[in-house]
Design a protein around this ligand. Structure first.
Ligand SMILES: [Zn+2]
Length: 95
C-alpha cells in the first residue's frame, strides 16, 4: 500500500475554474473497463482513438477493375463475331 507521504504519490489540487479544454465535449464510448471514454471528442463526436479521425471505409467498390468486357457494346461485338465465324464454318462445310 502507498501512503500519502510516499513521494511517488502526487495529489492533484482541484482547479479554481475548469479550463476551456476541460469543458470540451467528451468521447463517451464505452471502454473495456466499462467506464465512458473521457478523451476530448473530435467534430464527429468521438475521440481520436474511437473513430474521430476516420469516417470509415470508402463507400462502394471504388477500387474495382473496370475492364469493359461486359459492356453492351462488347457483348454485341462478340455476338457479331460469333455469327460471322458460324457463317464462315457453314460455308466451309458446304464446299
Ligand atoms: Zn474515446
Amino acid at each position: 500500500m502507498q501512503s500519502k507521504n510516499d513521494p511517488k504519490v502526487t495529489t492533484r489540487l482541484p482547479l479554481p475554474q475548469p479550463l476551456p479544454m476541460h469543458q470540451s465535449p467528451r468521447c463517451g464510448t464505452k471502454t473495456r473497463p466499462g467506464q465512458p471514454c473521457r478523451a476530448p471528442a473530435m467534430p464527429n463526436g468521438r475521440c481520436r482513438m474511437h473513430g474521430g479521425k476516420s469516417t470509415g471505409a470508402p463507400t462502394g467498390n471504388q477500387n474495382a477493375r473496370k475492364h469493359g468486357l461486359y459492356t453492351r457494346q462488347a457483348i454485341a461485338e462478340r455476338r457479331q463475331l460469333q455469327a460471322l465465324i458460324k457463317g464462315a464454318r457453314e460455308l466451309v462445310e458446304e464446299c
